[in-house]
Write a protein that binds this ligand. Structure first.
Ligand code: GDP
Length: 168
């Protein structure tokens, strides 16, 4: 058991997947006016009895190589997928695979959020799991995939509840 109830959570995923909107939604803030993440936002929120330090790292191609600067002492990883962006799923898989090779992230619990489930044409979490080949994940990794919508809030609590319990 951890002594302190602070957790460091890194949110990553391609740009436009919904990272910023998800953080706002779980924190009960207005999600109608946001701009794409450049660089990163660090947000400290209280979730249940935990303090979550959420690092929302921008996903645009030119800054993806900087993600690794934020890996130290990461307890949890949230990988956000735009389930409606079929064109970029290969790119998404490649970036996730690369991230999971990182030694410093090997102990981090992994929550995959199949976001934008409110959109027609969004792939289901099962379909996303197949494309990302999650069944073949390293056996030591704790992971879960949950469908969600940052707009309606559906799935977010289920996902974050699992993550904080898994880390705690
Ligand atoms: P980020 O670049 O990963 O931080 O993504 P943003 O949070 O900036 O979201 C990118 C775009 O997707 C914005 O226009 C959001 O309003 C939109 N968006 C985010 N989450 C959802 C969702 O669950 N459903 C829908 N329909 N749009 C979403």
């Amino acid at each position: 058991k951890r002594k302190e109830k602070e957790m460091r959570i890194l949110m990553v995923g391609l740009d436009n997947s919904g990272k910023t909107t998800i953080v706002l939604k779980i924190n009960g803030e207005d999600t109608s006016v946001i701009s794409p993440t450049l660089g990163f936002n660090i947000k400290t929120i209280t979730y249940q009895k935990y303090t979550l330090n959420i690092w929302d790292v921008g996903g645009q191609r030119t800054i993806r190589s900087y993600w690794r600067n934020y890996f130290e002492q990461t307890d949890g990883l949230v990988w956000v997928v735009d389930s409606s962006d079929l064109r970029r799923l290969d790119d998404c898989k490649m970036e996730l695979d690369n991230l999971l090779k990182e030694e410093r992230l090997s102990g981090a619990s992994l929550l995959i959020l199949a976001n934008k489930q409110d959109l027609k044409g969004a792939l289901t979490p099962d379909e996303i799991a197949k494309v990302l080949n999650l069944e073949n994940m390293d056996k030591t990794r704790h992971w879960k995939i949950v469908g969600c919508s940052a707009y309606t809030g559906e799935g977010l609590l289920e996902g974050f509840d699992w993550l904080v319990q898994d880390i705690a």
